[in-house]
Design a protein. Sequence first.
Length: 156
Amino acid sequence: MENQKNKHSYLHGLIDGSTVRFIIVGLINTLVGSGTMFILYNALHCGYWFSTAMNYVVGSIVSYFLNKYFTFKSNKKSGREIVRFIVNISICYLVAYGLAKPLVKLVLSGAGEKVRGNAAMLVGMVLFVGMNYIGQKFFVFKKDSDSENEGKDSNE
C-alpha cells in the first residue's frame, strides 16, 4: 500500500497543471520550430543538423519566455536559469536527434534519404519533448524552498 502511495505521489509531481500548459506551449513551439525546420530542409535544401538546430534555436527563444512565465510561473531574475535552460535544451537536442537518426536508419534501411531524414526529425521531436519537459520541470524552473520563500517575502 505504501509503495502504491509513493507511485501516486511521484506521478502527481510529474503530471499537474504545468503539464497542460507545457503541452499548449509545445503546440506553439511545434508550429514555429518544425515549420522552420521543414522549410529549411525541404524547400531551402539545408542539411539535417542545420535544419534541426534552427528548429530549436527559434523554438527555444519562444519556449523560454512562454514556459518561464506561463507554464512554470517563474518570477526569478536569474542568469543561472537561462544557463540551465540552454544546457537542458542542448542535452535534449543532442540526445534526441543523435538517437533518432541511427534508429530510423536501422528501421527504415530501405527508404530513401529524404524519407529517413524526415522520419528522423519526427522521431527526434518526440524524444526531445519528453526529455525537455522533465528537464524544465525538475532542473530549469524547479520550485525549491528558497525561491518560494523569496517570492513570499517580496510580495509582503
